[in-house]
Design a protein. Structure first.
Ligand code: HAM
Length: 429
């Protein structure tokens, strides 16, 4: 006997059911109108790219590339990966299409699904959606602040409260190698006390030890040298200016010397945005937004150095926060008119009348599949419509229709051809 197909979506991948669509639409619409105000234009890149783009761009020693890629070999032998993030793909598109020749900066946004093979848990999925912003060709710290401001305002417009920006600078090739040396030598002296993951990180990607969440590593982190004390003059000034812009904008931020982010391409500014509500017991607060500056990614993936800064917001996490804070979004259009029908001829005429209301853009509720007038009027009641149109056998033959005011119970018979006009007139009152 053939094995039954499991009626279950894959782990960490979810259906977006009709009742949640209104939340997604709300985030999409708010994001699109907000970012276009800041001058961002939309770009859609493929859901798959060559795997090597992420190996080079996101970084071979990152968790994303080491453990979380969904990849496949095509029939033609290409190795492709489902995008685990937008940034390398958008940078690839920027270079491929010669956008370096456009007036700079070029500001691009994308919205869509991304895929990471993570252990599914609260706020952590294998397929999730991001609003992603990238600014290319501008090295001014004003841009770092503007990206943060755009994300902050997106969350604020979605009515999320208690927002806080965490920010740090992780320097660049001018000062980070020197800091790495200092950090490695410190970590060597504490090597035996590090957690298993950090023992590996200390060799491969020592900065990542600084954002380890393991209890065991916290005292080591607390005494570790901080990169902020070892920035070169240029990186230091850049960071200082970013903070001055944030002060000017009045955005609440907190310096977090341990914020290093899990992706290899960042230079200078890195940031995350959180909602500062107490996290449920046993869970760590999750960032709604993460991003930063990445001036070397263009060269790393095979182009040339392009000043760049961006970030991404996780839509599922935002929606979860909206729901937690009691925000209800209903996608239903309020309908003020209900069409009831009794008998075959009336049913046929109802279909045509329904079309006339659609063309007049008057939302009309109906229960075409129901025959009993009582059942249909009970539904009209439940929907709290203002008017019910009742088309019975007699009315259908006489080409009339009953128009009932559901508020005061009065009703009158009007010509069928004038039904739309009569309803429109009353709705305007
Ligand atoms: P990221 O921090 O990896 O950055 O992801 C950004 C946001 O995506 C996170 O703050 C979180 O809200 C959401 N997110 C990440 N992983 C998951 C998951 N497994 N389940 C649900 N939501 C998740 C980036 O992706 C960078 N590309 C951002 C960037 C753009 N940097 C510069 N430009």
């Amino acid at each position: 006997m053939a094995k039954k197909t499991r009626l279950q979506s894959p782990p960490g991948m979810h259906d977006i059911l009709p009742e949640d669509q209104s939340y997604f639409q709300k985030v999409y619409r708010t994001a699109e109108s907000l970012v276009s105000f800041y001058g961002f234009e939309k770009i859609d890149t493929p859901i798959m790219e060559f795997l090597e783009l992420y190996e080079k761009g996101t970084g071979l020693t990152t968790d994303i590339v080491e453990k979380q890629m969904f990849s496949l070999k095509t029939k033609g032998g290409d190795i492709l990966a489902l995008r685990p993030e937008f940034t390398p793909g958008v940078m690839r598109a920027f270079l491929q299409h010669g956008m370096t020749n456009l007036p700079q900066p070029v500001k691009l946004y994308s919205i869509g699904p991304v895929f990471r093979y993570e252990s599914p848990q609260a706020g952590r999925f294998r397929q999730f959606h991001q609003v992603n912003l990238e600014v290319f060709g501008e090295k001014s710290p004003a841009i770092d602040s503007q990206v943060i401001q755009a994300f902050y305002n997106l969350l604020a417009e979605l009515k999320l409260k208690n927002l806080v920006v965490e920010i740090n600078s992780i320097g660049a090739s001018c000062c980070r190698p020197y800091f790495k040396k200092i950090l490695i030598s410190y970590l060597r002296s504490r090597f035996n006390s590090l957690c298993l993951d950090c023992k590996r990180r200390a060799r491969e990607n020592p900065l990542r030890v600084l954002d380890c969440k393991e209890e065991k590593c916290q005292p080591i982190k607390a005494q570790a040298p901080q990169i902020i004390d070892h920035l070169c003059e240029e990186c230091h000034n850049h960071f200082k200016e970013v903070l001055e812009f944030l002060d000017e904008l009045g955005l609440p931020y907190r310096l977090n010397p341990y914020l290093v982010r899990g992706l290899d391409y960042y230079t200078k500014t890195v940031f995350e945005i959180f909602v500062e509500n107490p996290a449920p017991e046993g869970s760590l607060p999750v960032a709604l937004v993460g991003g930063g500056r990445y001036d070397n990614l263009g060269k790393v993936i095979g182009g040339r150095d392009i000043s760049a800064c961006g970030g991404a917001a996780g839509i599922e996490r935002i929606i979860e926060e909206m729901k937690n804070s009691g925000l209800r979004i209903s996608g239903e259009v309020k309908k003020n008119v209900f069409l009831a029908q009794v008998g075959n001829l009336a049913k046929k005429k109802s279909l045509k009348l329904f079309e006339e209301f659609r063309q007049a853009k008057i939302p009309l509720a109906e229960s075409l599949s129901k025959d009993s007038l009582k059942v249909q009027l009970a539904r009209a009641d439940r929907l709290q419509v203002r008017y019910a149109l009742i088309l019975g056998q007699k009315e259908a033959l006489e080409k009339t229709i009953i128009l009932r005011d559901m508020k005061d119970g009065t009703q009158e018979t009007v010509k069928l051809e004038k039904a739309v006009r009569e309803v429109k007139k009353r709705l305007k009152k």
